[in-house]
Design a protein. Structure first.
Length: 228
């Protein structure tokens, strides 16, 4: 019988994007009294992740200040270079330099604030008890975030030529991916437009939804590494 894997699992919140479709930083949006950033950092921590890292576009400013308030570690990806995969690479570079690097990491874009801590716990249990290199939560047969990956495959996320960003690595070999069914619609509840924010958080999102629509995301910016 194979012994369960052990070791720290880091949590990574990707918050360096320009939020062009939302028109305001998604990391700072209110979600029932806490920002998206604070909710996700707390969820990852309560789910068993340590350390929790937030990747921001600037070393100073509102997102950096909110990261400090959330008691998370700040990693800077200047200007959000390279989109979501660029931010994930910045986080991995930081984690690999730690004196006690994690054995795995769970990453999520900041626009998934409704994920439950129990989902994170279930993913970590799945990783500990299996040989899977990647663990993805699923709800009604759809996968979402966070995605957990073993540090033994971190180099794959750092490699060049990932046409679909992190999704390229996640989908490369289905035999090494463990899907963990969870009763959590929040895993696929990405909130990246004023309309979606107003639907999900009516009280907080009303004013944002009334704002003029922002320009579409630049095609040069990779989309969040959705697994579905």
């Amino acid at each position: 019988m194979t012994a369960p894997r052990t070791g720290p699992v880091a949590g990574v919140v990707l918050a360096a994007g320009g939020s062009t479709r939302m028109g305001t930083p998604k990391a700072l949006l209110d979600a029932h009294g806490a920002t998206f950033l604070a909710r996700l950092a707390g969820t990852l921590r309560r789910g068993g992740c340590d350390p929790v890292v937030v990747v921001a576009a600037e070393a100073a400013g509102p997102v950096a200040a909110e990261t400090a308030r959330a008691q998370a570690r700040l990693v800077v990806n200047p200007g959000g270079e390279g989109g979501q995969i660029g931010s994930l690479r910045a986080a991995l570079a930081h984690l690999r330099r730690l004196d006690d690097p994690p054995a795995a990491f769970a990453f999520t874009p900041v626009d998934n604030p409704a994920v439950a801590a129990e989902t994170v716990r279930a993913m970590i249990r799945g990783w500990e008890r299996s040989k899977a290199a990647i663990v993805a939560p699923s709800y009604e047969s759809k996968c979402g975030h966070p995605v957990l990956a073993d540090m033994t495959i971190a180099a794959e996320f750092l490699a060049e030529g990932l046409a679909e960003g992190a999704r390229t690595v996640v989908r490369r070999d289905p035999t090494r991916v463990l899907e963990v069914p969870v009763p959590d619609p929040g895993i696929a509840d990405d909130i990246d437009t004023p309309r979606r924010y107003a639907e999900r958080f009516p009280r907080e999102g009303a004013a944002t939804a009334e704002s003029p629509p922002a320009a579409p995301e630049s095609p040069t910016q990779p989309h969040a590494p959705r697994t579905r």
